[in-house]
Design a protein. Structure first.
Length: 279
């Protein structure tokens, strides 16, 4: 129902509105991966767990794609405009995407044809919990970049109004950079938000041209003049130059952090649990 692409990040609201990314790099002038949204035909408004797939709000709905640029039919979209206000462009004219062909639409091809906003390999995507608790929708995700060419990647956040506006698709979405990559903090991969502190913990998956892959702890944007993180600190470093950190996730109360270590010299991946958090 949600189309075909290189799935990577998923940000799901309790009512079934789904945000997701296409882990695609740009090629010969064609934009990289875009950000998408599904609005279910039958939103979930209850509290009882769904017992069977046929009752899921994601069995049918309409697919939309993010296009940054002047809203309401403006023309200043395309390369060079990847931040600020935008709109959700309907895929398959916004009709319920069941049955085919909308259920199997090639979203990468749709993005190229419709000149959607592209990013360099969007990866993980998470719902910002403090924003949601205040009734607003914000999802944050990583655009990996490519370290060999000094594109060190970034973390961005997309807002989509209130929960009600997100479902009705009446909000004006915005995209802003939260974390700017650098030689020591390059090619962001997965991210997880810690309950309690609401910090973003980000896995680095670089090619280690300027040091080992690290795990970083980043503050949300606070009360200041910019919209960037208020600071990041390196909290862990791999001593294996062939390995990467990925898939980090916290338990519910934010006291345990689980992270996968891939491609290490032993030839076997491992899952670590990091304890001792204080907030």
């Amino acid at each position: 129902m949600i189309g075909r692409l290189s799935f990577e990040g998923l940000g799901l609201l309790s009512n079934g509105v789904l945000y997701y990314t296409d882990e695609l790099r740009p090629s010969n002038g064609t934009p990289g991966g875009s950000y998408y949204k599904v609005i279910p035909s039958m939103p979930f408004m209850g509290t009882t767990p769904i017992a069977q797939l046929s009752d899921s709000p994601l069995t049918s709905g309409a697919v939309f794609a993010l296009k940054i640029g002047r809203r309401n039919g403006g023309t200043d979209f395309g390369h060079g405009n990847s931040a600020g206000q935008g709109s959700w462009v309907p895929v398959c004219n916004g009709v319920t995407s069941v049955p085919a062909p909308c259920s199997n639409v090639d979203l990468g091809a749709f993005a190229a044809t419709n000149r959607l906003t592209g990013f360099y390999r969007p990866e993980d995507l998470e719902v910002d919990a403090p924003a949601l608790q205040s009734g607003r929708v914000q999802v944050c995700g990583n655009n990996t970049g490519i370290e060999e060419f000094s594109n060190f990647g970034e973390t961005i956040c997309i807002t989509d109004g209130t929960v009600a506006e997100s479902l009705a698709n009446t909000a004006i979405p915005t995209a802003q950079t939260l974390v700017v990559g650098n030689p020591q903090f390059a090619m962001m991969d997965n991210l997880a938000q810690q309950s309690g502190s609401a910090n973003w913990v980000i896995n680095e998956d670089g090619d280690q041209l300027h040091g080992n892959n690290d795990i970083w702890d980043c503050l949300r944007d606070g009360v200041d003049d910019d919209v960037l993180t208020d600071g990041c600190v390196r909290i862990a470093t791999l001593n294996d130059l062939s390995a990467e950190t990925t898939g980090g996730i916290f338990n519910a109360n934010g006291t345990k952090y689980y992270v996968s270590i891939q491609h290490n010299v032993t030839g076997h991946g491992v899952v670590l649990v990091v304890t001792g958090w204080d907030f």
